[in-house]
Design a protein around this ligand. Structure first.
Ligand SMILES: Nc1ncnc2c1ncn2[C@@H]1O[C@H](COP(=O)(O)OP(=O)(O)OP(=O)(O)O)[C@@H](O)[C@H]1O
Ligand SMILES: [Mg+2]
Length: 261
């Protein structure tokens, strides 16, 4: 008897159509099937409007597919899935709360007394290089520091799954490189499953085990690339022929799809 092990996330023939007042509405995603293993780092790369954010919100159980199913850990998603952390392009920090209280908000939102979790939050904040900033307010931090705080808030309750929607899109190039390295380190030490949306081909290749290349709307999977670069990856890996070959391959796919002209 062959034994097939259930992937951590199973997205099975998912379609999402947003209704319109009149007419057919918008078919955002179509026939999308993807399995993600526990601990995998998977990026979604595709043109604007191809349904990447929609897919994340369906995995989080915040939006329902109009067809098909999504299961996490073998259980169909029928309500918001809470064992996850989310990071968006905007950090969504509360300006009147300190850094540590922004991180601890994760517990408060879940109705958990945050007092027992201060040390855990402190350690996490230190691990992203922000020791000494616990009592500062978001407006006293740079964009990169703020986004690190947002990552801490997404991780402090130790979820198995991290959903990231263009988390570094608003950062300057240098900060972005550093935070990619930090994210890789956190991911390697904590073994989260990460579903990561980006518009940067190089960022997707640098961070991922697999890069999912999507078509223009309605978003379908056009190709899935296994990124066989050894880990941990340092910035020098981007100078390698293998790295450039992956970036070129994705570039060619987007040219063929008419996304890059
Ligand atoms: N709540 C909604 N109601 C109606 N249409 C929506 C809604 N959310 C998204 N859409 C439509 O679905 C399509 C996919 O949107 P989505 O935000 O998922 O794309 P995306 O790939 O994340 O784009 P971007 O890269 O610009 O963030 C778009 O055409 C968008 O207009
Ligand atoms: Mg989006």
């Amino acid at each position: 008897m062959t034994q097939t092990s259930e992937p951590f996330i199973r997205i099975d023939q998912v379609e999402k159509r947003y209704p319109a007042r009149r007419g057919e509405g918008t078919l955002a995603l179509d026939e999308l099937t993807l399995s993600i293993d526990s601990g995998e780092f998977v990026s979604l790369l595709g043109p604007s409007g191809c349904g990447k954010s929609t897919l994340l919100s369906m995995v989080a159980g915040l939006t329902r597919p109009t067809r098909g199913d999504i299961a996490i850990g073998g259980r169909p998603i029928q309500a918001p899935y809470t064992e996850l952390g989310m990071v968006f392009q905007s950090d969504l920090l509360l300006d009147w709360r300190t850094v540590i209280d922004n991180v601890l908000l994760q517990f408060e939102m879940r109705g958990i007394d945050p007092r027992g979790h201060r040390e855990q939050a402190r350690a996490l904040i230190a691990s992203v290089g922000l020791a000494g900033f616990e009592a500062k307010h978001p407006w006293e931090l740079s964009g990169g520091m703020r986004q690190r705080v947002a990552i801490c808030r997404a991780l402090v309750h130790d979820p198995a799954l991290l959903l990231m929607d263009e988390p570094f899109g608003a950062l300057d190039a240098l900060t972005r490189e550093q935070i990619q390295l930090d994210l890789q380190r956190i991911w390697q030490s904590r073994r989260k499953t990460v579903l990561f949306v980006t518009h940067s081909i190089a960022e997707a290749v640098f961070l991922s085990d697999r890069v999912v290349v999507m078509t223009p709307r309605p978003g379908r999977i056009h190709a899935v690339l296994d990124i066989a670069l050894p880990r941990p990856r340092d910035l020098a890996v981007r100078e390698s022929a293998q790295f450039s070959a992956y970036v070129r391959e994705v570039g060619h796919i987007f040219q063929a799809l008419g996304v890059l002209k």
